[in-house]
Design a binder for this molecule. Structure first.
Ligand code: NAP
Ligand code: HSE
Length: 436
């Protein structure tokens, strides 16, 4: 199988290194030939030696080359990545991509084109780097009815939150340090605002629940507003704070209606996770995905969510699958249902107002008789039942009060909070976080 590689940066270099050094790997790796490599600059120093005439800046010529069987897109960005993927498909080539941003936004267009052309588009590297989770969802876990996929799928934010927890530091200085150390990008918004995790959970949900997802329907909230104080209070209450990406099927399975099966919660936000939960101990840049289904129960995937070697491992695993499929030749091109993606309909996504969750809220209030009573009465009036309410300390002249609610809809909780904000005794609502 002859491969054209679009991009020779972090992931592209790792991919080339594996393909150029196949010893002691699966024998099929040695059958994959790196035919062409497309880059922006021919003069840039590279960590892997590519023969002179293989390297080109003409990426269009790679996707149109009739001798190339599969194109690996590891250049990143939306354009020209999307157009080159579509052109490769139109020329009858299989595609392997690590580009979650393109797949989450243009997956419908890309998979429709791939199905019509009879080729595969594989994306193991697009979610959680080196962790094999896409292929298990398509294959080994496919016999299960999936209830929920809950993940820590952004390494940058997990690194920042872990350091905030360990050092008691605030977000901004630790982000600056993470940028200096190369863990966070110069423009960190996609990671710290939850957008990267939203792209990834949209892809995982589509596979787990068998339908297309509109990215605009994935709620996302990042970690900029998480403070050292919240992390410390959460710890005292038995929680750690993690940026979770959650895809959950709502309600029970209804045998008589397929429609009901598609109602999903899709959300990314900082979350108080009980210390006993399996995701609570996933720290630093590591990723983990907890999948719950019937009859398997809970299964968790853990590992490196990014980096040259791990992500390249995922890219080459897709190439191996393609090579095996081409070699077996048992089904016509593009029709193996365990590799192809053939969803046509869109999943229904519940509005955030309907989501039921526990909440943590930190308030600054007058330190005066009756204030806690007023808070309890207000929440009660909006059917918000409280699990705990404690005056934790003083913040300048204000009392700092931390409340954890029982499960309640987002709509009821927010209505109660809006009313509280108008009370003369409430100085400010310092933070509101959801609790797993
Ligand atoms: P990168 O280091 O920035 O490399 C990008 C490569 O693509 C470079 O070789 C660059 O060429 C080439 N390129 C970009 N735009 C081009 C254009 N218009 N024309 C020609 N060549 C172009 O990126 P990366 O970190 O490897 O990431 C690649 C993809 O993998 C992204 O979609 C990313 O989200 C995804 N991913 C990355 C990781 C990770 O750990 N890095 C993990 C999971 C997924 P030059 O070298 O000549 O500049
Ligand atoms: N920027 C991503 C992260 C890695 O921090 O997890 C690539 O998906």
């Amino acid at each position: 199988m002859r491969v054209g590689l679009l991009g020779l940066g972090t992931v592209g270099s790792g991919t080339a290194k594996i393909l150029l050094d196949p010893a002691h790997r699966h024998p099929l790796v040695g059958q994959i030939e790196l035919a062409k490599v497309g880059v922006r600059s021919l003069d840039k120093p590279r960590s892997v030696a590519i023969e002179g005439d293989c390297l080109t800046t003409d990426l269009e010529s790679i996707v149109a080359d009739p001798t190339i069987d599969a194109v690996v897109e590891v250049m990143g960005g939306l354009e020209p990545a999307r157009s080159l993927i579509l052109k490769a498909i139109a020329h009858g080539k299989h595609v392997v991509t690590a580009n979650k941003a393109v797949i989450a936004r243009y997956g419908d267009e890309i998979f429709t084109a791939a199905n019509q052309a009879g080729v595969y588009v594989l994306l193991e590297a697009a979610v959680a780097g080196g962790i094999p989770v896409i292929q298990p969802l398509k294959q080994a876990l496919g016999v299960n009815r999936i209830h929920a996929v809950t993940g820590i799928i952004n390494g940058t934010t997990n690194y920042i939150l872990t350091r905030m927890q360990r050092e008691g530091g605030d977000f901004e200085p630790i982000l600056a340090d993470a940028q200096r150390l190369g863990y966070a990008e110069a423009d960190p918004s996609a990671d710290v605002d939850g957008l990267d995790a939203a792209d990834k959970i949209a892809i995982l949900a589509s596979l787990a629940f068998g339908g297309r997802i509109k990215l605009s329907e994935v709620y996302s909230e990042g970690i900029r507003q998480v403070t050292a104080a919240d992390i410390a209070y959460a710890e005292r209450l038995g929680f750690v704070i993690k940026l979770l990406a959650i895809a959950r099927r709502e309600g029970e399975f209804d045998e008589s209606s397929d429609e009901a099966l598609d109602q999903l919660q899709l959300r990314v936000h900082p979350t108080l996770v009980p210390v006993s939960h399996p995701l609570a101990s996933v720290n630093d840049v590591y990723n983990a995905i907890l999948i719950e289904g019937d009859p398997i129960g809970q299964v968790m995937f853990f590992g490196p969510g990014a980096g040259e070697g791990p992500t390249a491992s995922a890219v080459v695993s897709d190439l191996l699958n393609l090579a095996a499929n081409v070699r077996a030749g048992t089904t016509p091109q593009g029709t193996n249902p365990l590799l192809a993606c053939s969803h046509q309909h869109y999943c229904k996504v519940s509005p955030m107002a309907d989501i039921v969750s526990r909440f943590y809220v930190r308030l600054l209030a007058e330190d005066a008789p009756g204030v806690i009573g007023k808070l309890g009465t207000c929440f009660g009036r909006h059917q918000v039942s409280l699990e705990s309410i404690v005056q934790i300390g003083q913040h300048e002249t204000r009392a700092e009060i931390v409340i954890v609610s029982h499960e309640v809809t987002e709509a009821k909780f927010q209505t109660a909070l809006d009313e509280l904000r108008d009370y003369a005794e409430i100085h400010s609502v310092a933070s509101v976080l959801r609790v797993l």
